[in-house]
Design a protein. Sequence first.
Length: 679
Amino acid sequence: MLTLLRKNIVLIGLMLCFVCLAYANHFRNGFHFDDSHAIVDNPYIRSLKNIPRFFTDAGTFSVLPANRTYRPVVSVSLALDYWLAGGLQPLYFQASTFFWYLLQLILIYALFRRICDLTYPGRGTLNQWIPLFAASLYGLHPAIAETVNYVIQRGEVYSTLGVVGGMALYAWAPRVRRIGLYLLPVAVGQLSKPPALVFPVILLTYILLFEESHFFLAMKRSAPAFVLAGAAGVLSIAMTPQAYNPGAASPYAYRLTQPLVSLRYFRTFFIPDRLTVDTDHSALSGLFQDGAWLGFLFVMALVLVAIRCSKRPEWRPAAFGLWWFLIALVPTAVFPLAEIENDHRMFFPFIGLALAVCWPVAVWLYHHAPLTPAAHFSVVSGCVVVLLALALGTTQRNEVWHSEETLWADAALKSPGSGRVLMNYGLTQMAKGEYQRALDYFERAEVLAPGYATLEINLGVVNGALNRNRDAAGHFARAIQLAPDQAISHFFYGRWLREHRSPEAVAELRQAIALNPDYLDARYLLMEEAAERGDWNAVRTEAAGTLDRFPSDASALALLRRAQSAETDGPQTAGDYLNLSLSYYRSGQFPQAIAAAGEALRLDPRFAEAYNNIAASYQSMGRWEEGIAAARQALKLKPDFQLARNNLAWGEEQKRKAGERQASSNALSVHHQANPEYR
């Protein structure tokens, strides 16, 4: 195989350059969707010391128990990227995935070239260009961009790479089959994502079509692959935590819908106009609902075509491609998942489909070569136009994946019936401070997805930002009612309570930590809350507990050093005096809180948070004018300071009510003077 690659290095280089140009605008794309719990918030990938643990504890894959599955190779790669980048720098993660994707394209070319040589031996030029076009067709397809851009879906890349690598080694290096060398990349792929478990079936199909037509002899040759897949499957099941929840509401409805989903995927190969990060299609409950029967008809027709092609030697590459497409769809069709379809599920099956679609043209070329100059120009021009169109589509999909707002704006246009899509687009608006616009989208989502705990949390957050505190409290309570065992519900409720100076915040944060000890946001907020109260003993205790679990956690180490410094030296910085002010405030010592905040302002006259503490303290004493003046000063220094804006609104409202009460009292006094008989 190495000899083949060296002889075709120019052609392969041409393909890779073309692919790199199409993906040139994707390297700065950020983290999205499931990247949050598996990468951004996952403390385990922040230390290379956890690498051995990735292979023994699937709980390290995600901070969400329901999403924890056994994919140790993916976790190892994420930890390495985090280490190389020195943090969460998307460029490193995107470049890492893309490198392995390019290697996969090289191996796809090698596999397709071997199939061409076996089918039409001695046709050198065509046997170079046909597999090159088929590999490029796959490599530039916009549907593939969904997986390449989605960092956590590198598991799809690794598992597919393992299958393609194993097939290429088996096809090109028959002498090493006895020692099972071809199974090494397969094993890595199977430790990345379950779809690689279908490798032995694909291998058996290859052997039957191109090497050994006797079924039992073909089974004997592929037996080691079946043994490996069985062992990997048992290991995956044994290592997957019981808390893992694939999320399918009805396994029957899910499986009933999958043939129609296969038809949609097949259509997307030819018309990739409905690509979206999240679909609004739902599972079907009956065979005659929304054309579900068409899916079964399509699968049966495709099977019949594959069988017919399998019987004719010159059409066996097309048969192999169709069988690959169908086999690669089986894992996600049989195992019920939360989403009935996902664009990244096309990544693996489309390899076979690329070969099958190209093969009719290849047969025509084999039969009519050498071509006339006019025919040659037409074929080359047609191929170039197709690849350019696909490259343009891929570039556009890369732009869609650039940010959360661009991604979910695109999804909202294509999946308007999905409550989750509308909610996620609303989140992008809330992040910009467009709270009313975010609320509008959340309320639209609520109609489509009632009883969605995460949506209730977001409704609580946005209502809090809009000072609708009663509504906010109701939504947080509803979220906890819907998902009492989810740490995230208690964390956001605790965060909101803390913003409103409620002592109940600590209990909610502790509940979040008890439910999910790996949820570091709750730990950080609990430590900050203790620091604000000046309870440095509590800070040290919480920091020590965090460091016991994550010894290299930078935030816990920083808070621990801060606690040690504060206990030894007393307040030294403006931040220290601010924390002392908050501690006084929480204990009801409002004059002392104002004095400590004044010391903070002496050290840092532009410390908006200190002015906000003064405002809150004055308002707690009923001194509305002084409180309003301090809140305005805080907003003058920091216009987007939401807490100060809340305090200003509260102070102005209370001042107005106090004025109304005084006016009412004055009116009553005048009335009594005019009507002494009522005394």
